[in-house]
Design a protein around this ligand. Structure first.
Ligand code: 2M8
Length: 479
């Protein structure tokens, strides 16, 4: 774990006045670092995840980033979400990349020419990808609003509301390839955890050869160490799946008969359920009807439990819709259904057991950061992207879920771990799961944004769309 030069406030109740002053000074320094990082990545109406690796707008990045902006520039939080949803397709999908026309087409692979979204009916004037990412946007919008509930924020929330509803509608209808009330992702990029071991089994059925990548130029390798990134074979498969989807005009009918990758992901679907709960709160705030959102939140939660909970291992795992089987890897994805306010107590307890095990090491005082994959698995890799390193956004989601279900001490453990990581290494994209050193891009937006959120959480209660508030579910118990 990182050298803790400074104890994090909130986890050190008995600290002396001097220690508290040191903590306060360190937190002020971190807040400033986070604000400067976001400022440096701000680009007229959105924030790039990283100036080098990701020079456009990414969907779920923008959601996390908006949460951070709400602390320092609420106007930018709403611009961030508004610009993203301006690129929403007519069918309701929110594209995972919105390309900035003033950035050269070759700055990122695969760029706008590869996706050719302009050739599809019902797409916006700006070039986009044709995939989506985990729908954490309603959750984020509600967080941002709760942090700065001004008249302007409410007006922005009201304008966003129908677009958030359309996003959910697209996912719950067009993407229900398995017919059980869950959305399927059609590409590992849609999970956000691109090369997670969770996708190894379904990806092994996707035909591709690493040599296929020689006809393209991977821009990520200009900025990052190949040992920290997905492999060429991964990329060959990524390209082959997009090519298949694009050939069908990014349509979603009969995917089951023709698409090479079709998976129900626990994080993606938990985000969809949590967003329905957040939409219930948003509907109340803007004068809409929360009822249908509550009903959908309950239905999605039930489907997540029925389809993705594995009683044998006591964790959640993705379901490969093409084979009907749960995928074997036990990754951090399995912990994320905690963000469902109505997750039944039995599953909450099982997930906690999994999280506290040697696989993930969750504790009131973490000795190492939360990894993205099971530490005890033979394919755990400390450096390679989503195959082991620790990520702030997933850690924040798990922490949010712990707070929802009343596990405040465990949530405090994650909070301290997140703050310590950035305190020692800076706003990196991801972190070494053992020594906490910074990996990937050094000035990464969601790391900065979520740092602002957890720093502030010491003094303020979590937002109010808690179980029993808008979404229904168990009463909150502090532990
Ligand atoms: C990573 O994914 C992109 C493709 O979408 C890439 O590797 O080029 C992932 O970490 C994803 O979760 C994230 O949204 C994106 C931008 O930060 O980068």
């Amino acid at each position: 774990m990182v050298n803790r030069t400074v104890p994090s406030a909130g986890s050190e109740p008995a600290a002396s006045a001097g220690a508290v002053r040191t903590v306060t000074a360190e937190h002020a320094r971190l807040r400033e670092l986070a604000r400067r990082t976001l400022d440096g990545n701000w680009e007229h109406d959105h924030t790039v995840p990283s100036r080098t690796l990701y020079p456009h707008q990414w969907s779920w990045d923008s959601a996390f980033i908006a949460i951070g902006w709400a602390h320092v520039r609420p106007d930018r939080a709403w611009m961030e979400l508004t610009s993203l949803f301006r690129a929403q397709w007519r069918d309701g999908r929110v594209p995972h990349i919105v390309f900035n026309p003033s950035v050269s087409g070759g700055a990122y692979f695969p760029g706008p020419g590869f996706w050719s979204s302009e050739s599809i009916e019902g797409t916006p004037p700006v070039a986009t990808s044709g995939l989506v990412q985990p729908p954490v946007h309603a959750l984020a919008a509600w967080h941002a609003y709760r942090r700065a509930p001004t008249q302007e924020s409410r007006a922005a929330l009201r304008r966003l509301y129908p677009r958030l509803v359309a996003q959910q509608h697209y996912l719950t209808t067009c993407r229900d390839a398995g017919g059980a009330g869950l959305a399927s992702i059609v590409h590992p990029w849609e999970s956000g955890l691109d090369n997670s071991p969770a996708w190894d089994a379904p990806m092994s059925a996707v035909p591709a050869q690493a040599a296929a990548m020689r006809t393209y130029r991977r821009r990520d390798l200009v900025h990052a160490d190949p040992a920290h990134r997905p492999t060429d074979l991964d990329y060959a498969r990524y390209v082959s799946i997009v090519t298949a989807y694009r050939a069908g005009g990014y349509r979603d009918d009969s995917l089951i008969d023709r698409h090479p990758f079709l998976v129900e992901c626990p994080l993606f679907n938990a985000a969809m359920g949590a967003s329905e709960s957040a939409l219930a709160s948003i509907a109340e705030a803007v004068g809409g009807d929360p009822g249908p959102h509550r009903q959908r939140a309950v239905a999605i939660t039930e489907a997540v439990v029925t389809r993705l909970y594995d009683p044998d291992t006591g964790t959640f795992r993705p379901r490969d819709v093409r084979t009907g089987r749960l995928t074997p890897a036990r990754t951090v994805l399995g912990l994320t259904p905690l963000i469902l306010p109505g997750l039944p107590a039995r599953q909450v307890e099982s997930v906690l057991t999994e999280a506290r095990s040697a696989r993930f090491g969750l504790a009131d005082r973490m000795s190492r950061p939360l990894p993205s994959h099971d530490r005890t698995a033979p394919d755990f890799e400390s450096l390679r992207y989503w195959r082991g390193p620790s990520w702030m956004n997933v850690t924040w989601l798990v922490r949010h879920g712990l707070l929802l279900h009343g596990h405040d001490r465990l949530a405090a453990g994650l909070r301290t771990s997140m703050i310590d990581l950035v305190s020692a290494a800076g706003c990196h994209e991801y972190f070494h799961p053992d020594d906490g050193s910074g990996l990937g891009s050094p000035a990464f937006s969601w790391t900065a944004a979520l740092l602002l959120e957890v720093l502030a959480d010491w003094a303020t209660p979590p937002p109010a769309h808690m179980p029993g508030d808008a979404a229904g579910g168990v009463a909150r118990r502090g532990r």
